[in-house]
Design a protein around this ligand. Structure first.
Ligand code: PLP
Length: 415
């Protein structure tokens, strides 16, 4: 008989994280056959063509040049005030909505999701996100005694499935006083989809109706982890102007992360912002989230916060950061383009890719297809209804090659 000491709510199967497991297999293969023979498209980080991590030198130098005490000292619980101002600028740029905007520092985007799940849901309640989703959403919900359900992201025309979205929001609103909806856009993980301005308008009109006519509270969590790889300022942020003048029971939360935007993955820094037409709701958000900070991680990484504050108070530094990031974006875009073009050439069915690190291939038997691909030394992430290809991690040539190999494997497995 096995021994277990943990409390019942924390009893969970011991499973390796799927991404890290796939990456481990790719690395083992690289040791056997050589890295140039292996396509490791598992990890959600921007890599150089040789597989090493792309590092934003401007951000790294700024960090390393900080006085020791700026790195070693605690940050204030809610975050350095200059950081929080910089985060608001970084998030909205020229598209800052009117309204009450508040923020707290979090350890990356993950921390923001945690605060939303804990503070805007009751035990046992269910949050809503799309059927293609970043797996930790579910993990975070489960960790906190909440559940997760999904709407169908795409309709038969591969357009945003508004009908499914509305149906699922309504289903939850019928049973819960509050509905937390998580939308990861622009540059969705794993499909690379971004909602259009028109789709945003429909989403917000519908949610406004739910809160106005059914006395419900809707918390719309916009996960913008990939926003700085989602095209120009208008394309990536234009929709945020629509967050103005929403009903006071429709609270917008925005999860910002420095992980991808500054290649600060391990420095664990980001911010959770709110936009509300009600000062009271915004103040409540701020004090609630700050309380949670104190209770869960106390405070964030001061050095990373200082870097963001410096970047947004020094136009020359910001220009340098943006020039470097433009190089990363081009690298990313060229790779994704190579995959998308090759997919079209060989007739590989993929979801509409607009921007970001990943491309998704819907298919039957994803686990088997993924297994088949390992014979060609191609490693990616099998998901429930398809495959996630991390174009961020693979050279242009390997992207092209991958589209062909994936098509071949799907045909072989699924006939
Ligand atoms: N949201 C999505 C969709 C992500 O893919 C990630 C990272 O992979 C995050 C949020 C948060 O990452 P971090 O906590 O490193 O900011």
């Amino acid at each position: 008989m096995s021994v277990s000491v943990v409390a019942p709510h924390s009893k969970r199967p011991a499973e390796e994280d799927k991404v890290f497991a796939a990456n481990r297999k790719a690395q083992e293969a690289a040791k056997k056959v050589g890295a140039d023979q292996v396509i490791n498209s598992t990890i959600g980080a921007l890599l150089e063509d040789d597989g090493s991590l792309s590092i934003m030198q401007t951000a790294m130098e700024t960090f390393k040049n900080l006085p020791d005490a700026e790195i070693a000292a605690y940050a204030p619980i809610a975050g350095l005030p200059e950081f929080l101002e910089a985060a608001k600028t970084a998030v909205f740029r020229d598209y800052r909505p009117k309204g009450h905007i508040r923020g707290v520092a979090t350890p990356g985007g993950t921390g923001g999701i945690r605060h939303a799940v804990w503070n805007y849901m009751e035990p046992g309640e269910t949050l809503l996100t799309s059927d293609w989703f970043w797996a930790p959403y579910r993990t975070i919900a489960e960790e906190h005694g909440r559940k997760m359900t999904t709407f169908t992201l795409f309709d038969e025309k591969k357009a945003f499935n508004l009908a499914s979205f509305k149906e699922k929001v309504q289903e939850l609103a019928d049973h819960q006083e509050r509905v937390l909806v998580v939308l990861n856009t622009p540059a969705h993980n794993p499909t690379g989809y971004s909602l259009t301005d028109e789709e945003w308008q429909e989403v917000l009109t519908f949610l406004s109706n739910v809160v106005d006519h059914q006395s419900k509270k809707v918390i719309l969590y916009v996960d913008i982890a990939y926003i700085d790889f989602a095209g120009d300022m208008k394309t990536s942020r234009g929709f945020m102007k629509q967050f103005e003048n929403l009903p006071q029971n429709l609270l917008v939360l925005i999860g910002y992360s420095m992980s991808k935007a500054f290649t600060f993955y391990g420095l664990r820094s980001g911010a959770l912002l709110c936009v509300s037409s009600s000062e009271e709701v915004a103040d409540e958000f701020e004090s609630t989230a700050a309380f949670s900070n104190r209770a869960v991680w106390s405070n964030g990484t001061r050095g990373a916060q200082r870097v963001l504050a410096k970047v947004y108070s020094d136009p020359a530094l910001l220009e340098k950061v943006e020039a470097e990031r433009a190089g990363f974006s081009k690298l990313m875009f060229d790779r994704a383009r190579a995959f998308v073009d090759e997919a079209a050439d060989v007739g590989l069915n993929i979801f509409p890719y607009r921007a970001g690190f990943f491309i998704t291939i819907p298919c039957e038997n994803p686990a088997k297809v993924s297994e088949e691909l390992t014979k060609d030394h191609l490693f990616l992430l099998p998901m429930a209804k398809g495959l996630r290809f991390a174009a961020c991690a693979v050279s242009v040539e390997k992207c092209r090659q991958s589209a062909r190999l994936i098509k071949k494997a799907i045909d072989k497995v699924n006939g």
